[in-house]
Write a protein that binds this ligand. Structure first.
Ligand SMILES: [Mg+2]
Length: 270
């Protein structure tokens, strides 16, 4: 059993922890739990692999569901991907995520390719992606040295009807197998980049932070390796702990519980 330092800050996954799926209905007890955190002044941020909403919309949807959160609370794969591309001067992209966000990339100063040439292929969740659309990445990856930027590599996600759908992890594996000259990078969980950014945001040492997620494989293994305490909630994609059979025992979460409401918050200092 690992020893835990007192928890002074929280990093929290959104889907499966605060809300059930892409319909954004709050999970029982989650709104009150976040409200109490906010009132106590405990540092927290939301660490999200969401690639279907603009960051401002995501926060607005959560606020609409009752969560007291602002954009300052959000560290998202979408924003990290945007910054990665900007820092390397990749302005012309093939966006294979949801068509709803095509305007987001254009508003952020990117050119979304129409003739099949680009500097980077960008992957996000897209329930409507067809194999023919994925084929459009073949030219850029095989002949143009385009980078493949995976906003995350979740193998599947739950769509608006709560159905499991193949995610960017599956598409990324297909494109990586092509062996193109460009880089293949992941910015969201489980890549360390998003954890490092989130820890910086809450200003708490990793050993004093708790990472809460419904996905022990994609979200919590990295958190544990970085020295955070980890909590696996059964309110999301896995209703029981059977999934832990896929992990080495060293990578098992420190805490397993039904939902956010069962996790102890630090006491208010007065
Ligand atoms: Mg989740």
């Amino acid at each position: 059993m690992k020893k835990h330092a007192p928890c002074k800050g929280f990093l929290i996954d959104i889907e499966g922890v605060l809300v059930r799926d892409k319909r954004y209905q709050p999970i029982e007890g989650a709104v009150a739990w976040i409200q109490a955190l906010q009132e106590a002044g405990t540092p927290f941020c939301l660490v999200s692999n969401n690639t279907t909403h603009r960051p401002a919309e995501l926060v607005a949807d959560l606020a609409g569901a009752g969560f007291p959160v602002t954009e300052d609370h959000l560290v998202s794969a979408l924003d990290l991907g945007r910054r990665w591309l900007l820092e390397r001067g990749r302005r012309r992209i093939l966006w294979l995520g949801t068509p709803d966000l095509m305007g987001y990339w254009q508003d952020m100063g990117f050119e979304t390719t129409v003739d099949g040439t680009c500097e980077a292929v960008v992957l996000g969740a897209n329930a409507d992606l067809t194999v023919a659309e994925l084929d459009a990445a073949l030219g850029p990856v095989l002949e143009q040295g385009a980078d493949v930027v995976c906003l995350h590599r979740n193998p599947f996600f739950l769509d608006k009807k709560g159905r499991r759908r193949l995610g960017p992890g599956a598409w990324a594996a297909a494109l990586e197998g092509l062996g193109g000259a460009g880089a293949v990078i992941t910015v969201g969980k489980p890549s360390e980049k998003i954890y490092t950014e989130a820890i910086k945001r809450i200003g708490v040492a990793p050993a004093e932070a708790l990472f809460i997620s419904d996905d022990p494989v994609n979200d919590l293994v990295t958190a544990g390796k970085l020295g955070l305490t980890t909590a696996f909630v059964l309110s999301g994609k896995y209703p029981d702990h059977e999934i832990l059979g896929q992990l080495a025992e060293d990578d098992w979460p420190d805490i397993i519980c039904k939902g956010l409401g069962d996790i102890e918050r630090p006491l208010l200092e007065s």
